[in-house]
Ligand binder design. Structure first.
Ligand code: ZN
Length: 315
């Protein structure tokens, strides 16, 4: 890869034990993710000979180290999705000290399993606060991917008020400010935003609204073709599993009735669509589209290493 590289596609996978069917964290879901979801993703990536990035929840990886080791023969990047996906310990409600403690522990767990340095991070549910940039830099992370510029559906997700900063976030990768991952600045931490065009370019949206997603893809293609602006698609291996044994259960997480209806009930019902093999087939269409357009599939580390955009003194 050279400095002249255009047409870049990052496929990014968040590996966790979240059950999409009942909304909770379940060890049984984790086993299905390991035995079914991950092999389906790895087979797809092998078919198209692409390299991708896997963000692992570290407490899941500690219980199931094989899930990290299984990606390494393919050359995918091992990255960090935090220590836990428990929303009571989300990064946007943690102090600087707690964030640092979580990041140190998560990084160590993943590096001990992988035997390689882990430098890329994505916050669970993309929830971050003003301490997160400093916490990431102090713990040796070099890349973050927790911002979705101009994504407008944040009211459907947890921590939505803090995500309003996404509206003004840059669309190109950038080095972040000291107190805001969604703003440019001088910290040595590269933000690689999740692609969105009003709606996010992610597995969840691909499944619940395939035709809107195809239009988003079309817009993103025209925005990024023949430039260095990367595509960054986010998917989860738990979208590629079936949990027919579970009944729809809506966990009440939001504080009032309106946000309960919006963020819990509606969200949960929508998120059930096209799981399992349907998700895999829809996802293959995304990969084959970028493949046909001759996009280069790279990892987060590749992007940083090749210094496509940035001043050298940050590397
Ligand atoms: Zn997650």
């Amino acid at each position: 890869m050279t400095d002249e590289l255009n047409n870049i596609c990052l496929l990014t996978n968040d590996v966790e034990t979240t059950s999409i069917v009942n909304g909770g964290l379940r060890p049984e879901t984790g086993i299905k993710v390991w035995k079914e979801g991950m092999p389906r993703l790895l087979d797809l990536y092998a078919k198209y000979e692409v390299k991708t990035t896997f963000f692992f929840i570290a407490d899941f990886a500690r219980d199931c180290p094989e899930i990290v080791k299984m990606i390494q023969p393919y050359g995918h990047e091992v990255a960090c999705h935090g220590l836990t996906h428990n929303h009571k310990q989300a990064f946007d409600i943690m102090s600087l000290e707690d964030q640092i403690r979580h990041l140190v522990e998560a990084k160590k767990i993943l590096e001990d399993i992988a035997g390689e340095e882990v430098v890329s991070f994505r916050a669970p549910a993309l929830r971050v606060n003003e301490f997160t940039p400093q916490a990431l830099v102090e713990t040796g992370f070099k890349i973050d991917s927790s911002v979705a510029p101009q994504r407008m559906d944040m009211f459907m997700s947890l921590g939505s008020r803090k995500k309003l900063v996404w509206l003004k976030a840059p669309r190109m990768p950038y080095f972040v400010s000291e107190t805001n991952l969604a703003r440019k600045g001088s910290l040595p931490l590269l933000e690689v935003p999740v692609s969105s065009f009003a709606v996010p370019y992610i597995g969840t949206f691909m499944r619940i609204a395939p035709s809107i997603n195809a239009f988003t893809r079309y817009l993103l293609y025209h925005e990024t073709k023949n430039t260095k602006k990367p595509i960054n698609f986010l998917i989860h291996p738990n979208e590629l599993i079936e949990e027919d044994d579970l009944k729809l259960k809506t966990e009440k997480r939001a504080g009032n009735v309106v946000s309960h209806l919006l963020s819990d009930v509606l969200r949960r019902k929508l998120k059930q669509k096209n799981l399992g093999l349907s998700a895999r087939d829809l996802y293959e269409k995304e990969i084959s589209f970028w493949n046909r357009k001759n996009y280069h599939f790279v990892t987060m580390k590749d992007l940083l290493k090749n210094n496509v955009y940035y001043p050298k003194n940050h590397l």
